[in-house]
Design a protein around this ligand. Structure first.
Ligand code: CA
Length: 334
């Protein structure tokens, strides 16, 4: 079944065009309305087509800000090929400033390959997978930790079954040049990601985890901008001066199995004892879970299960059993 979403700009041909993906959505307030998902294309001549997306999770702002700037500042004369830009991919979630869509509780990054006549989030996933990705030679999806996590500024690639595609993703990861880069395994704790969709189609892809906490910092936005410049130059699709045209070294780590993740064993108020970017050892205390209703009771101490680099930390204090408190990465042997 074909997508129900109508793109109101032409994605073919040279030039810079902005508009909306129109997702039909009939509600009490708007019987024949559509959801306006912003889209832009900047193209000139021949060269690769690259998808740049953000707002896949609506409460992750660094990428939304950086891609907005890119749309405003980059002109077709700087491009050889085509940039297709979706700065607020799950627009209902982005408009609400929430990870998932308030319309259907849909998590876009668990919804691929999507459903043509499904919920709004499923329809967005289906449009990206079936209409946009077949045009693309590479994809960059800008995430951060969102409201519930804080990352050390990093970028990531998914290890794939196709080693040629994975090597190209890895080269893109190095060109992005985030302070830390990490490799994740496919089919781990979750599926249905845009990375999975790209892997199925043999498209090199990277993501980012720029920061988080439901806000954006100047430093995290700079990592996004410099990274985009480096990655787009590496792909030969655009030459932006946002990085001073200077490549940046990255520390390459990987995220393995369940022992890389630390979850809260009890509810309470979370006191972290380390921060993202810290080097930790197995058995080292990671945090305390406080019982603020009975503050004379000793807090529960949770410890890391292995050595590693702290990539991310839970951000809100209030914590339920099962919430992720930290996850680690370990250096990849050179
Ligand atoms: Ca995310």
């Amino acid at each position: 079944m074909a997508s129900r979403i109508l793109c109101d700009i032409d994605l073919e041909g040279s030039g810079k065009r902005t508009g909306f993906l129109r997702l039909p959505h009939s509600t009490h307030e708007s019987a024949y309305g559509w959801i306006p998902i912003p889209v832009a294309v900047i193209a000139r001549g021949t060269g690769p087509t690259v998808l740049l997306s953000a707002g896949n999770h609506g409460d992750e702002y660094e990428g939304q800000i950086a891609l907005g700037r890119l749309i405003r500042e980059v002109e077709p004369g700087q491009v050889s090929g085509r940039l297709i830009i979706l700065p607020a991919a799950n627009f209902p979630a982005a408009r609400a400033g929430r990870r998932v869509s308030p319309l259907d509780a849909g998590n876009l990054n668990r919804s691929f390959p999507g459903v043509a006549d499904g919920t709004p989030t499923q329809q967005i996933a289906h449009f990206i997978d079936s209409v946009v990705l077949p045009m693309c030679d590479a994809a960059i999806d800008l995430h951060s930790g969102g409201s519930s996590l804080m990352y050390t500024p990093s970028a990531l690639a998914r290890r794939g079954e196709d080693t040629t595609v994975f090597e190209r993703s890895l080269a893109l990861l190095r060109a992005f040049g985030a302070p830390v880069s990490y490799i994740v395994r496919p089919g781990g704790l979750w599926g249905g990601t845009l990375s999975d969709a790209c892997a199925r189609r043999g498209i090199p892809q990277i993501g980012t985890e720029l920061g988080g906490g439901g806000h954006a910092t100047p430093a995290a936005i700079r990592v996004a901008e410099r990274g985009l410049a480096g990655a787009l130059r590496h792909l030969g699709v655009a030459d932006l001066d946002w990085d001073g045209r200077t490549p940046r070294a990255t520390r390459l780590v990987e995220v393995g199995g369940a022992d890389y993740f630390l979850h809260a064993p009890d509810p309470g108020v979370f006191e972290p004892l380390v921060e993202p970017g810290a080097e930790v050892k197995a058995g080292q205390p990671a945090g305390l879970i406080h019982q603020t209703e009975v503050p004379w009771r000793a807090p529960l101490e949770v410890a890391f299960e292995r050595d590693g680099l702290v990539l991310c930390m839970r951000w809100p204090g209030m914590t339920a059993r099962g919430d992720c408190l930290f996850h680690l990465g370990t250096d990849v042997a050179a």
